[in-house]
Design a protein around this ligand. Structure first.
Ligand code: SAH
Length: 325
């Protein structure tokens, strides 16, 4: 039994069955605090770990938006859940070359991943939550952050819980599932009211659906394979699909402007990732194969191109970023 499973069983014995939300929150806090999960030897690989092109496209989109907004000098770069800091380093390289000199603020709870981020972005500042971010215009990015925040599941109007069963942990009810994500919506509302009052733009990239729907999307991944959700709590990555329509609604209600939701493949192609791939290949002909493979992984519909979606939230006074129309 994993150390976290022991603690969860004790908690359930004392308090009764716990919600999916409480389970997911404990599992992910433990999981990210105890390992670097990224890459071939880890549990999963994210877009910035596939190729520098991903972070460069993010940096280019933010730099263009900032320039068109008049290059306000007090603007800061913000990233939520920066992992190893690879995306921040690649995006900031492009932003710096466009004249951006603002601070980097990283929202990260894992002490272990903060250390990795400190090597990639040495002069960054860290925060536990978005509440502590400065009141300044923001160039913000969140890649595969919201999917890790806890969700609630309901079956016929009753919240689904997890109980102790004979062979381990078990759901207390089954049936058609409806999911909501108050923790995600809180983050989006908070960012959106900051964007509306102080200016800036946020790029939200994750897997999920453009329209709200029903169904169970909670999943566990370990060693690049799907695994049963309740197995080995704290030792596998728990995520669920992001409802982008719900994010758009929360952002608008908080006074921000939103773009349409587009697929990652469309967005990267509109931003010119193919030209970036050609340029990388010209300067390193030996890498032609790797660059082409990375391009396919990021954009092909049967890889990350279609399942992953992108939406931007921006201050009504700021221009909409490129790539959404
Ligand atoms: N954006 C990175 C990493 C994605 S994994 C990439 O694309 O590679 C999720 C990240 O969010 C990790 O850095 C994890 O430690 C962080 N995280 C998870 N839950 C969090 C929370 N509640 N608050 C802040 N950071 C969190």
């Amino acid at each position: 039994m994993t150390p976290l499973e022991r603690a969860l069983r004790d908690r359930i014995q004392a308090e009764g069955p716990i919600t999916v939300e409480a389970f997911m929150e404990s599992c992910n806090a433990y999981y990210y605090a105890t390992r670097d999960p990224f890459g071939v030897d880890g549990d999963f690989t994210t877009a910035p770990e596939i190729s520098q092109m991903f972070g460069e496209m993010v940096g280019a989109a933010l730099a263009d938006c900032w320039t068109r907004a008049g290059s306000p000098p007090e603007t800061v770069y913000v990233e939520l859940g920066p992992g190893r800091g690879t995306l921040a380093a690649d995006a900031l390289r492009v932003l710096r070359s466009a004249g951006f000199t603002g601070e980097a603020h990283l929202v990260e709870t894992s002490p272990l991943l903060r250390e990795a981020q400190a090597s990639a972005v040495p002069d960054a500042r860290w925060h536990e939550t978005t509440d502590a971010l400065p009141a300044a215009p923001m160039l913000l990015v969140a890649n595969e952050f919201l999917d890790a925040l806890p969700i609630q599941q309901f079956v016929q109007g009753t919240e689904r819980r997890i109980a102790v069963a004979a062979g381990g942990l078990a759901f207390d009810r089954d049936g058609e599932i409806v999911e909501i994500a108050p923790a995600r919506e809180k983050v989006i509302r908070d960012l959106s009211s900051r964007l509306a009052s102080s200016g800036g733009v946020a790029l939200i990239i994750d897997y999920g659906h453009a329209r709200s729907g029903r169904g169970d999307t909670l999943q566990a991944v370990r060693g690049h394979l799907f695994s049963p959700v309740l197995t080995d709590p704290g030792e596998q990555d728990l995520t669920s699909h992001v409802d982008f329509e719900a994010l758009q609604r929360a952002a608008r209600e908080a006074g921000a402007a939103v773009t349409p939701v587009v697929t990652q493949g469309e967005w990267l192609e509109r931003l010119g990732i193919e030209r970036r791939a050609q340029a990388l290949t010209r300067s390193n002909p030996d890498l032609a194969n790797d660059v082409e493979k990375a391009l396919q992984r990021l954009t092909a519909p049967d890889q990350m191109g279609e399942l992953f979606k992108v939406v931007a939230i921006h201050a009504p006074k700021w221009p909409a970023p490129a790539g959404f129309a």
